[in-house]
Design a binder for this molecule. Structure first.
Ligand SMILES: NC(=O)c1ccc[n+]([C@@H]2O[C@H](COP(=O)([O-])OP(=O)(O)OC[C@H]3O[C@@H](n4cnc5c(N)ncnc54)[C@H](OP(=O)(O)O)[C@@H]3O)[C@@H](O)[C@H]2O)c1
Length: 315
């Protein structure tokens, strides 16, 4: 198994002093011309996956741990400053809405491993309700987790990866980041924002040896459905109530019957081991991938909107 070139990091003295060295760093220091790290030679890449207490993040963390990576997953509920050894990967505290919390978690990994090779920005949640029913505060919370959370983690990880001259950031978006989903307007907005930022970052960091990609999942069976928040106004009787209820029932049904998140774990590993990751990877049911790609391109916009609304039972 190969991972693209990871040179020995030049860390601050404060970070480097007295730390056990990761075998990956040692191998690359001894052979700086190495273009790939062979995992069989114990050069285990260090991976951070945000939101690994449940769903996609948890499965990805378990899968990569089983494949020999040194995996740190995060949860808001893990004890601050400590690593909880689960059966497999290490679970550490991180709230992506707090810059301090993000910085502390990344420094904890750096102090233990001396490097950070892969970051998967997966933590996220959803708010449902019509755009009109979603308050500015509810919208702000959605963007704070799904967009600013990704930005905070990228800003903390990039200086480390630039110093290493290597690294990979994989941002988990959604098919809802390509197509606006009815009654998930703020969720879609947060993922559209992740898409735009990721496209730009990819070009900016390439000269430093840092690669960036997007994963765009369709519907998956995870804790996402139960965790979804409903905008307060959408929970009261109002102009949108009937259509909102139908759309919400469709979302919940499609997600509950969605694909197994292990698909995403396999995809993440494929991206990590790819020499040159593509900008974006869709993952999920074939029809959903077609509907947000080919069909979106070829169908007239009005027909596309009608079909999308019909699929939510609200045409
Ligand atoms: N499931 C789907 O159908 C689907 C489809 C498209 C995209 N996605 C995306 O996939 C990603 C993972 O979602 P999932 O489906 O696996 O949902 P999930 O089972 O609810 O997992 C979400 C994870 O995010 C963490 N999280 C939530 N808010 C956080 C915050 N403020 N700070 C840090 N961690 C936070 C949660 O950890 P704690 O609560 O322990 O902190 C949890 O581990 C999300 O970005 C989601 O938008 C999911």
């Amino acid at each position: 198994m190969k991972i693209a070139r990871m040179e020995a990091p030049a860390l601050d003295d404060t970070v480097q002093a007295g730390l056990p060295e990761n075998p990956a760093s040692q191998a690359q220091r001894e052979n700086p011309q190495t273009t790939a790290v062979n995992m069989k030679a114990e050069a285990q890449p260090v991976v951070l996956i945000t939101g690994a207490s449940s769903g996609i993040g948890k499965i990805c963390a378990e899968h990569l741990h089983a494949r020999g990576y040194r995996v740190y997953g995060t949860s808001r509920r893990a004890a601050a400053g400590a690593t909880t050894a689960s059966d497999s990967f290490q679970l550490i505290a991180m709230d992506v809405t707090s810059e301090d919390s993000v910085e502390r978690a990344i420094q904890l990994i750096l102090s233990r491993e001396g490097r950070l090779d892969v970051v998967c920005n997966n933590a996220g949640d959803g708010v449902a309700g019509s755009v009109e029913d979603t308050s500015i505060e509810e919208a702000r919370q959605q963007l704070d987790t799904n967009f600013f959370g990704v930005l905070r983690v990228c800003r903390a990880a990039l200086p480390i990866m630039r110093r290493q001259g290597a690294g990979l950031i994989v941002n988990v978006s959604s098919l809802g980041g390509l197509v606006g989903l009815p009654f998930q307007g703020l969720y879609s907005a947060s993922k559209f924002a992740v898409e735009g930022m990721t496209e730009v970052m990819r070009m900016e960091v390439r000269p430093f040896g840092v690669r960036v990609a997007l994963i765009e999942p369709g519907d998956f069976r995870t804790g996402f459905t139960a965790q979804r928040r409903k905008a307060l106004a959408a929970q009261q009787e109002g102009a949108y109530s009937e259509r909102f209820s139908k759309a919400l029932a469709t979302m919940e049904r499609d997600e509950s019957g969605g694909a197994d998140p292990v698909m995403v774990a396999h995809l993440l590993e494929r991206i990590i081991t790819s020499k040159s990751p593509r900008p974006r990877y869709k993952v999920g049911g074939l029809f959903q991938k077609l509907a947000t790609g080919f069909l979106r391109k070829v169908l007239p916009q009005k027909l596309y909107e009608y079909l999308l609304m019909a699929s939510y039972g609200i045409a």
